[in-house]
Ligand binder design. Structure first.
Ligand code: TMP
Length: 206
């Protein structure tokens, strides 16, 4: 049995660090696992990523952005995620469709039904087994990202009110949904990893 696990949260919430630690831990348990990300994770999707994360924040409107994300997601699902799951690998993914609900839905105000209907058309029924939401005050998260020297600054340049809406949308999604596990992103990495492993204990080999 292979599992599709996603990590979600605002910019600078520490998803990548936690995801990599999780992948290392699963490998130590001899579980075959693929670490991937959105936008990106396949050759075509990485090309689309570079269009999405660079340039001025008004380079794309919310809907155009979502269509680009969906094209990238379709390529990622069919070329990377599904083949890995079919071959028996677990897949740990840094962001997935919940990020669209939070950023394009919550942040840009796109209609959730529209987002869902496009997702349903491209996703081949893929739903994460478990989603870890790293919750952080966006002021802290964005301060963390500014310490990095990188060129992927398009989203980080959006106003604080946008990032506040993204955070609220993520928390709203997690309410009353057992697929999610909400984690306080300010906890030390080792504590976060222990909580994630505890949450997955029911599917780990004994
Ligand atoms: P990353 O820095 O976590 O790799 O993500 C790059 C940006 O992409 C991040 O600021 C959030 C944005 N994004 C969306 O707006 N919608 C989506 O569906 C995804 C997957 C990412």
């Amino acid at each position: 049995m292979s599992y599709f696990i996603t990590l979600e949260g605002g910019d600078g919430s520490g998803k990548s660090t936690l995801g990599q630690a999780l992948v290392d831990q699963l490998k130590a348990l001899t579980i075959p696992v693929l670490w991937t990300r959105e936008p990106g994770g396949s050759e075509g999707a990485e090309l689309i990523r570079s269009l999405l994360v660079t340039g001025n924040h008004d380079r794309w409107d919310g809907l155009t952005e979502y269509l680009l994300l969906s094209a990238a997601r379709r390529d990622h699902i069919t070329k990377t995620i599904q083949p890995a799951l079919r071959s028996g690998q677990w897949v740990v993914c840094d962001r997935f469709f919940d990020s669209s609900l939070a950023y394009q839905g919550g942040g840009h105000g796109l209609d959730q039904d529209l987002l869902l209907s496009i997702f349903n058309g491209i996703s081949e029924g893929l739903i994460p087994f478990k989603t870890f939401l790293l919750d952080i005050d966006p002021t802290l998260g964005l301060a963390r990202t500014q310490k990095r020297h990188h060129h992927e600054v398009r989203y980080e340049a959006l106003p604080m009110a946008f990032h506040e809406r993204v955070r609220a949308a993520f928390l709203d999604l997690a309410t009353n949904n057992t697929r999610y596990c909400v984690l306080d992103a300010c906890q030390p990495p080792s504590v976060l990893l222990t909580k994630v492993m505890d949450e997955l204990a029911c599917v780990l080999p004994s």
